[in-house]
Design a binder for this molecule. Structure first.
Ligand SMILES: Nc1ncnc2c1ncn2[C@@H]1O[C@H](COP(=O)(O)OP(=O)(O)OP(=O)(O)O)[C@@H](O)[C@H]1O
Length: 265
């Protein structure tokens, strides 16, 4: 089993793997996920892509135990994802689309919130962890600022720093580069890559960002209409002959025949 070199202490802790076995999910008679099977290895960066509404967020929710499978199962670090004990035993951190920071608290207090609530260290120990996380993400100057005073890209970095303070075995990102300019998006991708390379955190990233997926992923999964139609390395995906993969990665803009008109008729 690969291990996570904890960035905050000398302690070693196992990076968590994820196993999804024949997972299906229905909401009423809407089949949102259809017989999904995949493994994310400890220390891997797995990027899940797919068109809007294809089921990416629902799949992520199954991994963090927020949705229950209609059939099949999800294991995190060999434990049932829906089991309450799994959330206590496996340190999972989720970086949300909008960052989900508390606007009434400084950046420092946002980062210190989890370790304070869970009494995982003394105040001096918490300071050390928070300062280390801010340093990893080059955010040292923002500690006393409020989230509203930061740019969108900085807020995303703060959200990642806050997740790091939890010393996660599994980091899940939901659209980490959405609403960012291409340079900022590239820097967030680099950070995700660095965390894998230096600390061997397992990362699952839901993203529409083709550049992110093809540059930092170990493997990419492509969901379409609830089906996992491709599960490949970026090199394999670039060379794919599947027209659905080619179309998704290289969308053509056809002003004479716009897609939304097709949807209306
Ligand atoms: N709680 C729910 N009840 C009913 N339907 C739901 C629920 N959650 C999601 N869905 C439906 O499941 C489908 C997949 O939704 P999901 O949010 O996973 O898509 P997505 O791929 O993450 O899309 P986007 O890229 O736009 O975020 C959608 O049709 C959505 O309406």
């Amino acid at each position: 089993m690969s291990t996570t070199r904890n960035p905050f202490t000398s302690e070693e802790s196992p990076a968590a793997g994820v196993v999804i076995e024949d997972l299906s999910k229905n909401f009423g008679d809407h089949e949102v996920l259809k017989h999904i099977s995949l493994r994310v290895e400890p220390g891997e960066i797995f990027v899940l892509m797919g068109p809007s509404g294809s089921g990416k967020s629902v799949l992520l929710k199954h991994i963090v135990g927020l949705e229950e499978a209609t059939s099949g199962r999800v294991l995190v670090d060999c434990r049932d994802a829906n089991n309450e004990e799994t959330r206590e035993k496996v340190r999972m951190a989720l970086v949300f689309q909008a960052g989900a920071l508390f606007n009434s608290m400084t950046v420092y207090d946002n980062l210190a919130l989890y370790p304070r609530e869970h009494r995982i260290a003394t105040e001096a120990g918490i300071r050390e962890k928070v300062e280390r996380a801010l340093q990893i993400l080059s955010l040292e100057d923002t500690a006393s600022k409020f989230p509203s005073e930061l740019s969108g890209g900085m807020r995303k970095r703060v959200a990642i720093a806050r997740a790091l303070v939890m010393e996660p075995q599994l980091l899940l990102y939901d659209e980490p580069t959405s609403e960012l300019d291409p340079v900022m998006a590239a820097s967030i991708s680099e950070i995700i890559g660095t965390l894998r390379d230096e600390y061997h955190v397992t990362s699952i990233v839901v993203s529409h960002d083709r550049d992110l997926a093809l540059s930092i992923a170990d493997r990419v999964g492509l969901l379409m209409d609830g089906e996992l139609i491709a599960l490949e390395t970026p090199t394999e995906m670039r060379a794919s002959k599947d027209p659905r993969v080619i179309d998704f990665l290289n969308p053509r803009i056809d002003v004479k025949n716009p897609r939304f008109k097709k949807l209306e008729t």
